[in-house]
Design a protein around this ligand. Structure first.
Ligand code: ISE
Length: 326
């Protein structure tokens, strides 16, 4: 993802200059820096964040490093685009929230890029024509999970996109979650997870995450209202008819499927830095905290086999004006 973000910044965001690429593997940093014209390639992230020639920080490192690096950027009063999740644990999210509130400036944008995907935005807008929103159904399928990926990780690493987009489309908080996986003798090592969530407004959200779908990267969603429903379109691809068959093509992973969302997200982030006005609809630290709180409750629900409440602190006034659900 870091390499992809470097490409997007260099190819699609003319108002930003890729200054430094940091990776624990120096050769990887150098490869991306050379490919996309960065001034420098380094291995010390905290030193890179503190550099005088670095104005803003995009974090796309492993999940547990997100909060510490975000805190370092806040200490340097530098704007951050932090890939999801903000942190794997609620305590770290609250630490980032406290640091940002102490600064009194919204410097953190969390990388829930589906908020910039034109089809999800159209689904949210279509909600006005569907009467009262009742349910949302979501399918999130990857081709193959990395070795060691578990159903719990499907909840903490993949599902946060679904948790956040459900909050964004329905404009409400999630109050409870149940999570189930097939028995361990069914399917592959990384079994799928099916979740049922309740919203603070009383609606239902269903989510399937199947990280070993095998056939393609396939994300689907349906918003159901009292007078109709809105569905994401199938991923655009040329239908190829040969040998008495017709076939469409799936992306191999999320990067081509959400290429436009990432492009719009990164442009909006740089635009917000230039204007000093947070990008409308962008995910804040509060949204990052909520996604992690839901994931934490989801992990507990999977283990317990019962629906669990999602414990949230009251939304701080500092975030209340940023499009946060009531
Ligand atoms: C990955 O980390 C992402 O963020 C992708 O958007 C998601 O589809 C995938 O399941 C995650 O593992």
């Amino acid at each position: 993802m870091g390499h992809d973000h470097a490409r997007i910044l260099e190819e699609d965001v003319p108002d930003a200059t890729l200054q430094v690429v940091c990776d624990v593997a120096e050769a990887a940093a150098r490869r991306t820096a050379d490919r996309y014209g960065a001034v420098d390639a380094v291995t010390d992230a905290f030193a890179a964040i503190a550099r005088e020639d670095v104005d803003a920080v995009l974090i796309a490192s492993p999940d547990p490093t997100h909060a510490p690096l975000t805190l370092a950027a806040l200490e340097a009063r530098k704007p951050v685009l932090c890939e999801k999740p903000l942190a794997p644990d609620v305590a770290s999210c609250l630490e980032v929230m406290a640091a940002e509130e102490a600064l009194g400036a919204l410097l953190v944008q969390v990388g829930f890029m589906r908020r910039f995907d034109p089809t999800y935005v159209a689904m949210k807008d279509a909600g006005a024509d569907l009467g009262q929103a009742v349910m949302m159904h979501n399918f999130h399928r990857n081709v193959e999970a990395p070795a060691g990926f578990t159903p719990a990780m499907a909840i903490t690493n993949s599902a946060p996109h679904e948790f956040d987009i459900a909050r964004f489309v329905l404009d409400t908080e999630i109050s409870a979650i149940a999570a189930y996986a097939p028995d361990s003798n069914v399917g592959t090592a990384c079994r799928p997870v099916v979740m049922v969530l309740r919203t603070a407004a009383g609606q239902l959200v269903t989510i399937e995450v199947n990280n070993n779908a095998a056939y393609g990267y396939d994300v689907r969603a349906e918003l159901v209202g009292t007078t109709g429903s809105a569905n994401l379109p199938a991923e655009p691809s040329v239908r190829v008819d040969t040998s008495l068959k017709a076939a469409n093509t799936y992306s191999a992973d999320w990067r081509p499927r959400f290429a436009e969302a990432y492009r719009l997200q990164n442009k909006a982030w740089i635009g917000a830095i230039q204007s000093g006005v947070p990008a409308p609809g962008a995910a804040t630290t509060w949204d990052g905290y909520c996604a992690t709180a839901i994931a934490t409750a989801g992990e507990a629900a999977l283990a317990a086999g019962v629906m669990m409440p999602v414990e949230l602190i009251p939304v701080p006034a500092f975030y209340a004006g940023q499009g946060v659900a009531a």
